[in-house]
Unconditional design. Structure first.
Length: 214
């Protein structure tokens, strides 16, 4: 199963989601068709004066109005499509990044008032695996406690090294670039590594640290 390519998985997921979306639309059209047909049917001719009164016909649905409960069923199908897409993404990640070789890198910011982040570049074993240029809204999200997963990949068991380079503006709006390096051991379990930016109030300088989640 691990030989399944990333492209194949994504095409299968998108194709299935598109098929469900088409089925949803067809279902809605079929459900509203009887109402529209009934609305477009010619009205019955008035009965002659003095004739026996004919049975009263049921009210004709308003043109374009969906039968009761149809909207809820359509919403349920849409929700099912969303759940299916989520499950496909989880399956894709499990196939592409098995637990035994998976490594994930995260960016976080603790306060961060002494550093205005602009970009970051990350190397694993001297190979660039991630680079990101931040927008002001993304920096604000990090300030509010957000955590960004910047990379997920595979590493074999053994010793590895990580190098992260942060670029931005430090105290007094000066250009600031700082690097941090750490060696870590990859076992048979997934490895989660957090690259954290925090303020040092004693030194009045930003600090950068690498934290391996246990």
């Amino acid at each position: 199963m691990l030989s399944i390519s990333n492209t194949f998985i994504r095409r299968a997921g998108l194709g299935l989601a598109a098929a469900l979306a088409s089925a949803t639309l067809a279902f809605a059209q079929q459900a509203t068709a009887p109402a529209a047909a009934a609305a477009s049917a010619p009205a019955a001719a008035p009965a002659p004066s003095g004739a026996a009164s004919a049975p009263v016909a049921p009210p004709v649905p308003t043109p374009g109005a969906a039968p009761a409960g149809l909207d809820q069923r359509v919403q349920d199908i849409k929700a099912e499509v969303i759940r299916l897409n989520r499950d496909l993404l989880v399956l894709e990640e499990e196939l592409l990044f098995p637990a035994g070789t998976q490594v994930a890198l995260f960016i976080s910011m603790d306060v961060g008032k002494l550093f205005e982040l602009e970009s970051v570049q990350i190397k694993l074993d001297d190979k660039v695996v991630a680079a990101h240029l931040y927008t002001p809204l993304q920096v604000q999200a990090l300030h509010r406690g957000g955590v960004q997963r910047i990379f997920v990949g595979n590493l074999k068991a053994g010793e590895h090294s990580i190098d992260a380079f942060f670029t931005g503006r430090g105290p007094h709006t000066r250009d600031y670039k700082r690097g941090v390096t750490m060696k870590f051991e990859k076992g048979t379990e997934p490895k989660y590594i957090e690259l954290r930016i925090k303020d040092s109030l004693q030194r009045l300088q930003p600090e950068f640290e690498v934290k391996v989640w246990q």
